[in-house]
Design a protein around this ligand. Sequence first.
Ligand SMILES: [Fe+2]
Ligand SMILES: [Fe+2]
Length: 365
Amino acid sequence: MHLPRPRGPISAAVHDRLATQHHHPSTLSLTTGQAVERALLDVADPVTDDDFQLTLCMLYELHYRGFDGVDDALEWAPSLLAVRRQLEHRLESALRGLCPAPAEPADGLVVQALTDVTATDRRPEMSSYLSREGSREQFEEFLVVRSLQQLKEADAQTWLIPRLSGRAKAALIEIQIDEYGNGRTGHLHSELYALAMRACGLDSTYGAFLDRIPGHALAVGNTMSMLCLHRRLRGAAAGYFAAFEATSSIPSQGYADTVARLGLPAEAAVYFSEHVEADAVHEQLAIRNLCGGLVDAEPALAGDVLWGARLCMALEDLAADRYLTAWQSGQTCLLPDPTADASELAMPTDRIDLQGGRRASPSVA
Ligand SMILES: [Fe+2]
Ligand SMILES: [Fe+2]
């Protein structure tokens, strides 16, 4: 994908280094590190800050798909890893403030505690809003705002596999096999998401809408990447993932209903229908076997597992609140299209051209 447009001084510093690194390898460390350190002082809330979250997203993308024209070797450039570490440190502190560590669950009760945590999800509210009264434009925004995460669905959790053993590892692999379509091209959940986007006439190219995705939405994927990339945080990663899976099935039915009510092509509902059934199973596997197995093997991780689950709920609730607040007041939940002219940006939600030249032909090929 293309490098996104910077949103402030932090992303501008990293963007410039990524774009020019192969020309100036020796200047990477000092200038980037110092610029980021200064700019970080002005970030009030790393969880929702657009500049902060885009920067972290760019640094993580070096480990996923990379960027057009950017040297793949930069994935392991010490200076960029140092910047990533600075941002992760700030983000983790902010997340621990947003969602304090819960009391350790009593021995053997982590499964019940996880079940209790996931009962407080706001996603059914968003799903029922869309299925009841959401417009086509709002449903498309919903697809767009989650696209960076869902078009690489399951990839972050794959990093968790080598950090586990026994029952927990087997459970995660069983879930991942489903997420990756049992190895059948065209059935990967990321591909089903792309199918849904194309069915709505949206560009399903990975990263096509990155410039439109706000910081709080990027924070969901960034947090999952951070938890799965640090072995120290494996308990939280397992809990976060379990909570995500446990709260997906019911809202997915609402999204499938939205597709039907709006008269969108049936291909747009396949991803969601698949998750109604799959995530009902994944919920049990993730809570009982992945998290239960991990805590049985490493009891000291029980508190981290529960914290990860609560964190997932907190970030998803924050995002759901922002989307609903925007839609219910007739606004878009996306950032302005940087390629649109000023008059287009002033349009109300129902007239915004979501695609900004990136609408695909409305086929589902
Ligand atoms: Fe999935
Ligand atoms: Fe799943």
